[in-house]
Design a protein around this ligand. Structure first.
Ligand code: NCD
Length: 299
C-alpha cells in the first residue's frame, strides 16, 4: 500500500505495517544513514499542546536532511485566531511545505485538511478521534519486545475520549490472536463505532472495571492518562482509579511490559520507572524511528 495521507489507523494493513516496521528496525539499528529528505520541508500545525509528537516529528525530518516550519501554538499564532478556516490554512501551507502534520481539538479535521491539501497530511491527534502515529510506535514497541503477535493486552483508562486507545485498537484488530482487556469506569467505555469494528473483525475483547485482575493476566499493560480537557468537573472522580505502583509490580507477569503514551499524571508512579518491565521511555524514543520511517515512506 502506498502511503499518502495518514489520518486514521484504520487505513493500515498487515503488509504495510511489516514494511514500515522493517524500515524502522533498519533506522533504529543505525543502518540507514541517508539524508534522503534533503530539500523537503515539513510543516507542523499544532492547535493542542505536544512534547513528544511534535519534537519527534521535527527531529525525524531534521535527521533525514529535511527542514521544518512550525506553529507550536497554531490556535493563537496562526491566522486561526483571526477566524481563518482549516480549509484556507491548508491551501496556503501546502504551497510552502511537502508534508503537513496537524494536531487539533476537533475530531475528523485531518480528513477535511487532507481533502484540501496538495501534499500529504498526517494526523498527530484529532480531539477525541485518533492518534495513528502513536499507535504505530506503540505497536512497533510491542512487537519489538514481545516478539509474537499472540498476547493479551490490558488497555486502561478512558476509552471514550483518549485517542491513543482508539488508534491502537484499530491496529491491534488486524491480528486475530491478540486478546484485548479494556479496563475503564463504565462511563468511559469505548465509542460504539470501535466496539462494532472489533465485533466485526471477531477480535477477542472484554470490558471490565477490574484493574487488579486485568493487569495480572496481561502480557502488555497499556496505561493512559485520564484527559481532563474532555471531562470537565467529572475529571476528579476518575483520576487515580487505576494506578500502577510499586506494590502492583509483584502481581504482574514477570515478562509483562508496561507502556504509556505519556504524559502521565499518576497512572504509573515514578517508583515503577526502574523496573525492567517499564518501557514507556523507550516507547517514546521509538516514536522518532517510526516517524522517520513513516516520513520516508510518504515522501
Ligand atoms: C497523547 C495525545 O496527545 O493524544 N500524547 C502523545 O502524543 N504522546 C496522550 C495525551 O493526550 O495525554
Amino acid at each position: 500500500m502506498k502511503l499518502r495521507h495518514v489520518t486514521s489507523a484504520r487505513q493500515f494493513d498487515i503488509k504495510t505495517l511489516q514494511d514500515l516496521f522493517a524500515f524502522t528496525d533498519k533506522i533504529k539499528s543505525g543502518k540507514y544513514n541517508n539524508k534522503a529528505l534533503s530539500g523537503k520541508i515539513m510543516a507542523t500545525l499544532f492547535y493542542q499542546p505536544s512534547t513528544r509528537t511534535r519534537f519527534s516529528f521535527e527531529s525525524a525530518i531534521l535527521k533525514l536532511g529535511g527542514s521544518t516550519i512550525s506553529s507550536e501554538n497554531a490556535a493563537e499564532f496562526s491566522s486561526a485566531i483571526k477566524g481563518e478556516t482549516m480549509q484556507d490554512t491548508i491551501r496556503i501551507v501546502d504551497s510552502y511545505a511537502d508534508v503537513i502534520v496537524i494536531r487539533h481539538p476537533q475530531s475528523g479535521i485531518t480528513d477535511l485538511a487532507a481533502s484540501y491539501s496538495k501534499v500529504p497530511v498526517i494526523n498527530a491527534g484529532d480531539g477525541v478521534g485518533e492518534h495513528p502515529t502513536q499507535a504505530l510506535l506503540d505497536l512497533y514497541t510491542i512487537f519489538e519486545k514481545k516478539k509474537t503477535k499472540e498476547f493479551t493486552i490490558a488497555i486502561c483508562g478512558d476509552h471514550a475520549h483518549y485517542r491513543p486507545h482508539h488508534s491502537l485498537s484499530y491496529l491491534l484488530s488486524l491480528y486475530p490472536k491478540i486478546k484485548i482487556i479494556y479496563v475503564s469506569p463504565k462511563r468511559l467505555s469505548m465509542p460504539k463505532e470501535l466496539r462494532e469494528h472489533l465485533k466485526k473483525k471477531k477480535i477477542h475483547f472484554v470490558e471490565t472495571e477490574d484493574f487488579t485482575s486485568s493487569i495480572k493476566e496481561a502480557d502488555v499493560i497499556y496505561q493512559g492518562r485520564i484527559p481532563k480537557e474532555y471531562l470537565g468537573a467529572q475529571y476528579k472522580k476518575y483520576l487515580g482509579k487505576f494506578i500502577l505502583d510499586k506494590r502492583a509490580l509483584s502481581s504482574i507477569k514477570k515478562n509483562a511490559i508496561i507502556m504509556h503514551p505519556l504524559p502521565r499524571v499518576n497512572e504509573i508512579t515514578p517508583d515503577v520507572d526502574s523496573d525492567p518491565r517499564a518501557i514507556y521511555f523507550e516507547e517514546a524514543r521509538n516514536g522518532l524511528y517510526v516517524r522517520m520511517a513513516l516520513l520516508l515512506s510518504i515522501l
